[in-house]
Design a protein. Structure first.
Lengths: 168, 288
């Protein structure tokens, strides 16, 4: 398989689970692997060519406030604000940001016991509704795992899942 | 449908687990075994010794002092932990750099094993069912059947993945359709061939259908079943069919476990899982 985004980009930045990365290097690609029920929020400023990504694991920090203090990126409610602040610190403005979302999958689950993916997504939507953030594109839900790449130079976002790649 | 003899031949063709594992199991049953006896089992195998010391020092096992010898490991970890560490080191030693089938490499497979082991153990503490013997080990080895399918049945495993994708089929059902076998049945054969404890055999065999487990190990199997689902849900799967599975509601009910409990367990275990992975990364080489 030839990665669609390889091109001239040489600087591959990996976002681990419960992690945030931002970059102002247009030659960089930010990638996160194996989003199951976890969610990736991808932000990109096409004017300044700056990008960022969070891979959060759970919806609410109240599950483990002590962990949230050590690593806010573990949760949607503590991590997403950190992602936005991080790109603002690099000079981005909210109105310029293109925001995309991927992940939030789930196991086959009739009883909703393992509803982490759905809850991860619901919390995100509530936060974005309150703060007036528009989602430009998303690929969420279903019973599949996803790998997401952001080309910081072009803003192109590619989701790879079950052997196929699609542009978001 | 693949004949049983063929499957058993493939099981035999897997690299053998270090004999240290079986020898340690019998040492554990011997209250008079000395530290020297443990050293004699582990030290002759240099690769095992190296992995053993790396793993013994990972945060999951929580020792404050660096462990530099088998003797120190025995003193600081105790015989139960020592066995778990040796099994982990031995398993890592037989994992191939890349499985031709199931699109998985060594770091990915190990991550899944380590995640399920750590989550199973954390779950058993949380539920206060008393950590059954071998909970970490059983979690670690639950998917060994996939080694056979991924190593020797690459074409078939590609067909399994194709059937899972875009359907409502579970992974285990797709394996049955294609092979006439699934990795839990094959895993039990591997566990027997490797002379692992009955608890490990039962977990490999029933971790996708814990309610069918006929033995006293069912609570253990229930926990590994749930931990396995949680690991896949968190993106720590061992194959690309990760989410195509069901969690048995009766298993959740028997354990009285809630979604919130699982989320907390995930938070608590994440750092340890990462460390279990990093501790052995030096001689693995990341390919993902």
């Amino acid at each position: 398989m030839t990665p669609t985004l390889a091109g001239a980009a040489t600087n591959l930045i990996t976002v681990d689970i419960a992690d945030i990365r931002v970059s102002k290097d247009p030659a960089s690609v930010i990638v996160t692997y194996a989003l199951g029920s976890c969610v990736a929020v991808i932000v990109h400023d096409p004017i300044r060519r700056i990008g960022g990504m969070i891979h959060y694991m759970l919806p609410l920090a109240q599950t483990a406030p002590d962990k949230a203090r050590g690593n806010p990126a573990m949760f949607a409610d503590t991590g997403i604000p950190v992602l936005f602040r991080s790109v603002y610190e690099l000079g981005c403005r909210k109105e310029d940001l293109v925001v995309k979302v991927a992940g939030g999958g789930s196991l086959y689950d009739d009883k909703g016991t393992f509803e982490i993916g759905r809850r991860n997504y619901v919390v995100l939507r509530k936060m974005f509704w309150k703060t007036g953030v528009m989602i430009a594109a998303e690929d969420v839900g279903g019973s599949k795992s996803r790998t997401v790449r952001l080309n910081v130079g072009t803003g192109q976002v590619v989701v790879r899942s079950q052997g196929e790649e699609t542009e978001l | 449908m693949i004949a049983k003899e063929t499957i058993l031949q493939r099981v035999q063709a897997l690299p053998a687990l270090s004999t240290a594992v079986a020898e340690l199991a019998s040492l554990r049953d011997d209250p008079l075994a000395t530290a020297l006896a443990y050293e004699r089992v582990i030290r002759p195998d240099p690769a095992l010794s190296t992995n053993f010391l790396r793993l013994a020092n990972s945060a999951h096992f929580g020792t404050r002092h660096e462990i530099k010898t088998v003797r120190a490991a025995l003193a600081l970890l105790g015989t139960k932990r020592l066995y778990e560490v040796v099994v982990g080191a031995a398993l890592h030693g037989v994992l191939p750099e890349r499985l031709p089938g199931y699109e998985v490499d060594l770091p990915g497979f190990w991550r899944h094993c380590a995640a399920v082991a750590a989550l199973s153990e954390r779950l058993s503490t949380e539920l206060r069912v008393g950590a059954p013997d071998f909970v970490f080990t059983a979690g670690l080895l639950h998917d060994i059947g996939k080694l056979v399918i991924g190593s020797f049945l690459a074409a078939e495993s590609a067909e399994v993945l194709a059937r899972v994708r875009g359907s409502e089929k579970t992974f285990i059902d797709a394996e049955h359709e294609v092979l006439g076998w699934d990795h839990s049945e094959i895993g039990a054969e591997v566990a027997r061939a490797w002379r692992l404890p009955e608890a490990v055999v039962d977990t490999a065999r029933w971790h996708h259908s814990p309610s069918e487990c006929p033995t006293a190990n069912r609570t253990l199997v229930d926990m590994v079943h749930v931990a396995d689902g949680l690991a896949h849900s968190l993106g720590m799967g061992a194959d690309t069919g990760e989410l195509a599975r069901r969690i048995e509601v009766p298993a959740m009910q028997r354990l009285h476990v809630t979604a919130r409990t699982l989320e907390r367990i995930a938070c608590d275990s994440l750092a340890n899982i990462k460390d279990l992975c990093h501790s052995l990364e030096g001689n693995a080489g990341r390919t993902s």
